[in-house]
Design a protein around this ligand. Structure first.
Ligand SMILES: [Zn+2]
Length: 219
């Protein structure tokens, strides 16, 4: 089974590994640091044996990477793999920002149903089923989320079920949260965030999350 090094060490940017299978453009590895879209977190950009990874998708417990057609790789070959760390670290920061905002929304605005989420490298969003706009609560949510970040709390990430590939994270003061994404070590790494509410249709509320040190929301 594929060993997911991005769980063991989400800060690793280079890994020497071995090609497991090749089926045309589709390649699998013995172990990997290259995350595939899951739980709303976008796939990493990276390279396998010097070839750009064009796509990455989960299939069961494995990840299938699409490479350019003339990759020339074969099963058993040793390959160097890399990820675009600047992009991944933004994804990790925005992912955990979304985790914190979500937990605070559940705690302070609950019961409320999450109906979608997406983590990109420039912003994250969480969608909720809710009749009333979150606008009046947004400032308080932002203050509380930024307080959790500023407290620089340790983040525990571990398996809840190793055979089943199920993981969770936990921060002191919060319940454990199931998630198979790549998590930071401390909340302080997120840095200051700003929140923005978007109207996405009747009965739906979107909260967008931006990192204060990266280009902000378009007006
Ligand atoms: Zn997560």
């Amino acid at each position: 089974m594929l060993r997911k090094i991005f769980w063991e060490d989400p800060y690793l940017t280079h890994l020497d590994t071995e090609v497991a299978t090749v089926d045309g453009d589709a390649v699998t590895l013995a172990s990997t640091i290259i995350y595939a879209f899951s739980g709303g977190q976008e796939s990493d950009h990276g390279t396998i044996g010097g070839h750009d990874v064009l796509a990455a998708r989960k299939e069961g417990g494995d990840i299938i990477y699409t490479l350019p057609p003339a990759h020339g790789l074969a099963p058993g070959m040793k390959v160097a793999t890399t990820i675009d760390w600047e992009r991944r670290y933004r994804l990790m920061r925005l992912h955990f920002a979304a985790e914190i905002v979500l937990e605070i929304v559940y705690r302070d605005l609950g019961p409320i149903e999450k109906i979608g989420a997406h983590i990109a490298a420039d912003k994250a969003r969480i969608d909720f089923a809710r009749g009333a706009p979150v606008t009046p609560e947004l400032s308080a949510l932002s203050t509380r989320a930024n307080a959790v970040i500023a407290a620089d709390l340790p983040i525990t990430s571990a398996f809840s079920d190793e055979a089943g590939g199920r993981r969770f994270w936990q921060v002191p003061g919060f319940d454990p949260v199931p998630c198979g994404g790549t998590h930071l070590k401390r909340t302080g790494e997120v840095g200051a965030i700003t929140l923005k509410r978007r109207n996405i249709g009747k009965g739906k509320e979107r909260i967008e999350i931006f990192l204060a040190d990266l280009p902000g929301p378009a007006a």
